[in-house]
Write a protein that binds this ligand. Structure first.
Ligand code: ARG
Length: 581
């Protein structure tokens, strides 16, 4: 409806150009917004105001000219000029009802399919030296929901789990593994069950023993020079660490598979070429023995240069170097139109610098867009980064376990007579859904306070509220038993039917915004409003006890489309619905 209104306005503009009212070469951005107040119609545009300068007329006169030149459309019931020159569109109710009927049977829920793009999505990407902790939650679930929404719209999505599987910390881990093996033989493997503990123990040895530290450094050099023994140890370590990650993905219902892993180390063989190519283009400088790139636009507050370090004095490469190689691969081999990076906002400067450098060095096609979709920090109740009581990092598995236990207590309290197996199953879904939804519903770039109480509440914009809203609609259909809706039609009579119908047609706009801006919270806010519009409708408009059979069927169709939209929306957030809770 919104894009239809936009295209009507575009046609009117073309006519005005032909008539010489505005210059042929004038490029207008046609903005159409939903109105807040329904007495102003459904959509409004400020186009007339944008044209005052070029048309040299007052905005209300231009508005009238635009209206006179709008093509006929069965979708529009009425057009009005308001205030200084806004144009308000009132959508025809029959057209709205027809659109809802179409959405009901359309797998895309009435959304018009965009031109398909190849989109690389870099998300999750934990460092393998440690176990996944709460710091990885946001990237993993925000990225996964954007991936789902892009695929839903028909884009070609390439997931890239750019895991940190390379770097000096691996020397320390390998040295520790070697020491344990000498001590315990094959039993040593067991120690890897808890990576967090393993990492801490290795770090302790590194700090307390000079011989250990020397061995660790030696192993890094051997690893980097391709030594077979070191590489085997390293592969084993990463394999175990990755299987921990995939256990977490599975529990979270995240769509990443082993095939999506493309860690930093995959680019090792290309790093020397990156350096050579930068050098050839005259971009490299020397600084204290290191190879660096100075960029005029990046300076410290004091005006000191902030170079990107490409190769250290000891010959080691850096995070930025493998990101440059990765960008080139994503552009030239994967042929991405967009590359999205779901990474902590605190890495903002890194991405600004490497994106700029990749462009300057022509490592990426000029038409490929590079987008850092940064996110804020998940904080504890004290407003500081979420920690355990003793100040350690919170492992993701522990967090999910606790969500589960709390969800079970909640579901049990609501259904004291429910069978234990069913309770456990429902609690599993509710627990994970609550953690995910609480995160996804927050503005991506804000920090937020993690609170089990808030996320497991049935009130407000929460997973339990939405899951429950869905089960209530399913309950109507259970009570309706087998009504035949195949010949039924939607008719919007009551104010609240119209309001619900209107909300339902906004799904497409919301998904488009979600994938363009990387904002799942737009979808969450919409689903919350949709559930609210449904309850207001349900309060005022009896469904099964409607006055006429026709009214009953029409209302059942509205309920059905609401349920389908809620289910589809939640599934794009990576959240399963329940028939009962
Ligand atoms: N492994 C990095 C970290 O944990 C995130 C990697 C993000 N992706 C990238 N291409 N740099 O901070």
């Amino acid at each position: 409806m919104k894009s239809h209104t936009q295209s009507l306005l575009a046609d009117a503009l073309t006519s005005l150009k032909k008539q010489g009212v505005i210059p042929e070469d004038f490029e207008a951005r046609i903005q159409v917004d939903r109105t807040k107040d329904k007495s102003h119609g459904d959509f409004a545009t400020n186009l007339a105001m944008m044209l005052t300068k070029v048309a040299k007329k007052n905005p209300r006169d231009i508005a009238q000219l635009i209206i006179d030149n709008l093509p006929q459309s069965s979708h529009v019931a009425k057009v009005e000029i308001a205030g200084p020159g806004f144009i308000n569109f009132f959508i025809d109710e029959n057209a709205l009802a027809n659109q809802l009927m179409f959405a009901l049977n359309d797998p895309l829920r009435g959304i018009s399919k965009p031109v398909s793009q190849t989109v690389v999505v870099d998300y999750s990407s934990p460092n393998l030296a440690k176990e996944m902790h709460v710091g990885h939650l946001r990237s993993t679930i925000i990225g996964d929901s954007i991936v789902r929404a892009l695929e839903f719209l028909g884009h070609n999505v390439i997931r890239q789990n750019h895991v940190g599987d390379w770097g000096t910390q691996f020397g320390m881990l390998l040295a520790y593994m070697e020491e344990l093996r000498a001590d315990k033989g094959e039993q040593a493997q067991m120690e890897l069950a808890d990576l967090e503990h393993f990492y801490r123990a290795a770090k302790l040895r590194f700090d307390e023993s000079e011989t250990f530290a020397t061995r660790a450094r030696q192993l890094v050099v051997e690893l980097q020079s391709g030594d077979e023994y070191c590489n085997k140890l390293w592969r084993e370590f990463n394999d175990i660490s990755l299987s921990h990650c995939h256990d977490v993905y599975q529990r979270l219902g995240v769509s990443l598979t082993r095939n999506d892993v493309q860690g930093e180390s995959t680019y090792n063989a290309d790093l020397a070429n990156v350096v050579a190519d930068l050098d050839k283009q005259g971009l490299l400088s020397e600084s204290h023995g290191a190879k660096v790139v100075f960029q005029d636009e990046f300076k410290t507050k004091e005006g000191e240069p902030l170079p990107v370090i490409i190769k250290k004095a000891d010959g080691g490469y850096l995070y930025a170097t493998s990101d440059l190689a990765a960008m080139r691969y994503r552009s030239n081999t994967l042929q991405a139109d967009r590359a999205l990076y779901f990474v902590d906002l605190r890495q903002g400067l890194h991405f600004q610098q490497v994106f700029k450098l990749a462009r300057d060095a022509h490592f990426v096609r000029p038409d490929m867009s590079l987008e850092h979709m940064g996110f804020g920090t998940m904080n504890g109740p004290d407003g500081r980064p979420f920690k355990t009581r003793s100040g350690g990092v919170v492992k993701l598995v522990d967090l999910l376990d606790e969500a589960n236990v709390r969800a079970l207590a909640l579901v049990r309290s609501k259904n004291p007579d429910m069978d234990e197996d069913e309770l456990i199953n429902i609690a599993k879904t509710v627990g994970i859904a609550s953690v995910k939804y609480a995160d996804l519903s927050k503005n991506r770039t804000s920090d937020y306070i993690f609170s089990f109480e808030q996320m497991l509440s049935f009130e407000g914009n929460t997973a339990p509220y939405l899951l429950y809203a869905y089960t209530r609609i399913m309950g109507i259909f259970k009570r309706a038993e087998d009504v035949d809706l195949s010949q039924a039609n939607i008719a919007l009579e009551h104010e609240r039917e119209k309001a619900l119908g209107n909300k339902l047609t906004q799904f497409g706009e919301v998904i488009t915004r979600m994938v363009d801006k990387g904002q799942p919270h737009a979808l969450c806010a919409y689903l919350f409003e949709l559930a609210g519009a449904f309850s207001s409708f349900y309060e005022a408009c009896p469904v099964l006890a409607a006055d006429t059979e026709q009214e009953k069927l029409s209302r059942l169709l509205l309920a059905q489309l609401t349920a389908k939209t809620l289910k589809q929306g939640l599934s794009l957030l990576g959240i399963d619905t329940l028939e009962r809770m």
